[in-house]
Design a protein around this ligand. Structure first.
Ligand SMILES: [Zn+2]
Length: 166
C-alpha cells in the first residue's frame, strides 16, 4: 500500500497524527523527551518503543542507544534527568546515523531498496551478545557480561554493570 500525501499535510495525516517526533529531526530533543516522560513510571526501554513518544525506534536500536547512554533499561521514564535525556538523545541519533551509514541491519529478509544487505548487525555492541564481555567494561572484575531479559514482550540486552538508573 502506498499513500500519497501533500508535504504540508504530513503531520496531520491520520497515520502520522499521533506519532512522536522523528528522532533525526529538529522536533526531537532532550526537552521533548523530558516532557513526554513526566509522571511515566513505564521503564525507559518500552517507553522509547512507544511510537507516541518518538517515531520509528525499533527494539535493536533502543537497546543499543540505552547501552551507549549507560542508562538501565528498567529505569522508570520519569527518573530521566535533563543530563541523561541529553545523553540519550545524542545516543539515539548516533545509533540511527551509524545504522543508516551501514545500510541497516539484515537479520532475516531485510534488504536495501537496490537488493543489497545492510551491515549494521556487525556493529551491534549489546544486542544479541548474551554472556559476552561488555565492550564498555573491559577488564572490570565485577562485570558479568551482557545480560538479557524480556520487557513488554521484547528482548532487552544490557550491561548490568555500567547501565545505571538516573
Ligand atoms: Zn558494561
Amino acid at each position: 500500500m502506498l499513500d500519497l500525501v501533500p508535504t504540508q499535510a504530513e503531520n496531520t495525516y491520520r497515520a502520522f497524527a499521533n506519532m512522536g517526533p522523528e528522532p533525526l529531526g529538529n522536533g526531537f530533543s532532550a526537552r521533548t523527551l523530558l516532557d513526554a516522560s513526566k509522571g511515566r513510571r513505564t521503564p525507559i526501554k518500552p517507553f522509547l518503543l512507544d511510537q507516541h513518544v518518538v517515531a520509528g525506534l525499533g527494539n535493536i536500536y533502543v537497546c543499543e542507544a540505552l547501552f551507549r547512554a549507560s542508562i538501565a533499561p528498567t529505569m522508570p521514564a520519569s527518573a530521566l534527568t535533563p543530563r541523561a535525556a541529553s545523553t540519550l538523545v545524542q545516543a539515539i541519533r548516533c545509533v540511527l546515523q551509524d545504522a543508516i551509514a551501514a545500510g541497516g541491519s539484515s537479520l532475516k529478509d531485510y534488504v536495501r531498496p537496490e537488493g543489497g544487505l545492510g551491515y549494521f548487525q556487525h556493529a551491534w555492541q549489546v544486542y544479541g551478545k548474551k554472556n559476552q564481555p561488555c565492550p564498555k567494561c573491559p577488564g572490570t572484575p565485577a562485570c558479568t557480561g551482557v545480560q538479557h531479559m524480556t520487557q513488554a514482550g521484547r528482548t532487552t540486552f544490557f550491561c548490568p554493570q555500567h547501565q545505571k538508573n538516573g
